[in-house]
Design a protein around this ligand. Sequence first.
Ligand code: NDP
Length: 290
Amino acid sequence: MATVIDGKAFAQQLRNDLKDEVTALKAEHGLTPGLAVVLVGEDPASQVYVRNKARQTVEVGMQSFEHRLDADTDQQTLLDLIEQLNDDDAVHGILVQLPLPGHIDESRVINAVSHDKDVDGFHLINVGRLNTDGGGVVPCTPLGSLMMLKSQLGDLSGLHAVVLGRSNIVGKPMAALLLQANCTVTVAHSRTRDLESLCRSADILVAAVGRPRMVPGDWIKPGATVIDVGINRIEEDGKTRLVGDVDHASAEPVAGAITPVPGGVGPMTIACLLHNTVQQARRIAGISED
Ligand code: NDP
């Protein structure tokens, strides 16, 4: 039976460490990292995410700035706000909650955030750095997934990693990180042929497709480590449930280790956002890590 990787406990540990780091930054350098979150519109899921982010930001001792704009806010107003946050010395991280309403050009907005204050790792400069020198800010979900993989497996060198999904926010940066960690990486997507045998050849399987329980246990190599990024809301037995992209009931007896949904990658994503904000605050202030 697989070890279930406890993302909640992992995220709690990361937040505890960040709290100590923030305390030290305040005491030794008079620096309080600050995260600004911008939400446009009233999407209920986004509102929950923003509330959780703000609460956890304050819990680790950082400053939280929330900006809520109406759904019909025009693009220039949003760009003006980002400009103002780029110039604000109390703000070290800027996160614009996605998705944005259809009349706003997401790419334009993402790249208007100063790359020094980008905490999502979506700015083109940070994307470029991830794929070249690895020195920029790394997107939160892949970063959290990599942390759990390293803690579970130690050195990842030479392992075959299969990443299901090629989105800019999960699949592609995950593949870049695994490559940097010396895995042999295969990225699969909706046009990939014979997904089943490909998955069965994976020592590490990262599922980020957004399809409930798409990966059954018999697609998994015995003993493989499975990171289930999927968050899918389904109706089952008269209840709303959150399920991953992996069918856990059949996967757990086969895999060596697996992240649950919920309680796996999800909690790590916010913890990594806080981690990225502290890193950016250090960079802006020119304070290196000890
Ligand atoms: P996208 O919809 O942007 O990308 C999905 C990817 O999966 C695409 O590359 C698509 O291929 C591929 N895909 C879709 N169907 C299949 C299929 N049948 N076979 C093979 N590949 C397929 O999703 P995201 O990357 O944004 O998110 C993926 C999942 O992760 C979602 O469930 C999302 O909710 C979750 N998520 C969780 C986070 C967390 O914090 N835990 C954070 C972000 C996302 P193609 O490119 O060919 O269309």
